[in-house]
Design a protein around this ligand. Structure first.
Ligand SMILES: N[C@@H](CCC(=O)N[C@@H](CS)C(=O)NCC(=O)O)C(=O)O
Length: 214
């Protein structure tokens, strides 16, 4: 099995987190030089995005949260789905909020990263959207060191790269207390020291540094 990915992609980082935690036999490969919109890559993933997981039967699976679910089924140990239906529902809800709301706001801010091309009104709207999205996360997040209850789950794999980019935005736009002062801030301060999480955060930092140097 192969994961087509780059270091700086938050979506690819989700899958890497799971792969490292489970020591799953998945080889890391880079996308083709011709790019994500080249005919050869579009034949692999018509969405033209990474990550893509190439399965042992030669088929290809896109979309990071779908990849997480597949890898969890394929490599169930150690389990990254909580035991009860209620906790699993909370896990999926947090993953959905991260994707639909937090990442949407980050996307808006990411396009304003260059100070010379910055539109102050769009930046303010971006941070207002981000505050709203993070309040949703704050509401549903667990308070025992992990996204859900007291164990690492797919929600942590999915949210850590999202929160890494929240921190990037906070620093880049010289904002303060974007994580607030509640459960979310405590969660982010704690989870980043977990071994595999720290490894993926270091890779993201390296990837983003390279991207910004271009
Ligand atoms: N919803 C997708 C998003 C993937 C995505 O946007 N990946 C970025 C890299 S971080 C990409 O491939 N962008 C290229 C493009 O959109 O043209 C997922 O969860 O995997």
């Amino acid at each position: 099995m192969q994961l087509i990915q780059v270091k700086g992609s938050p979506f690819a980082a989700r899958a890497r987190l799971l792969i490292y935690r489970k020591d799953a036999p998945v080889e890391m490969v880079f996308p083709p030089r011709e790019g994500l919109k080249s005919p050869d890559f579009l034949a692999i993933n018509p969405l033209g995005k990474i990550p893509v997981l190439t399965l042992d039967d030669g088929s290809h699976l896109p979309e990071s949260n779908v990849i997480l679910d597949y890898l969890e089924d394929k490599f169930p140990e150690p389990p990254l789905r909580p035991a009860t239906p209620e906790a699993r529902a909370r896990m999926h809800l947090l993953m959905q909020i991260g994707d639909l709301y937090v990442f949407a706001a980050i996307g808006k801010l990411f396009r304003q990263m260059n100070p010379e091309k910055r539109d102050p009104e769009t930046v303010e709207q971006g941070f207002a959207d981000l505050a709203k999205a993070l309040a949703h996360l704050e509401h549903y997040l667990g308070d025992r060191g992990f996204a859900v209850d007291d164990a690492y789950s797919l929600a942590d794999c999915s949210l850590v790269p999202v929160l890494f980019f929240v921190a990037v935005m906070e620093k880049s736009f010289q904002r303060k207390d974007v994580f607030g002062k509640g459960k979310l801030a405590a969660y982010w301060a704690e989870i980043r020291h977990d071994d595999t999480t720290a490894r993926v955060i270091a890779e993201l930092e390296d990837g983003v540094r390279r991207l910004l140097m271009r």
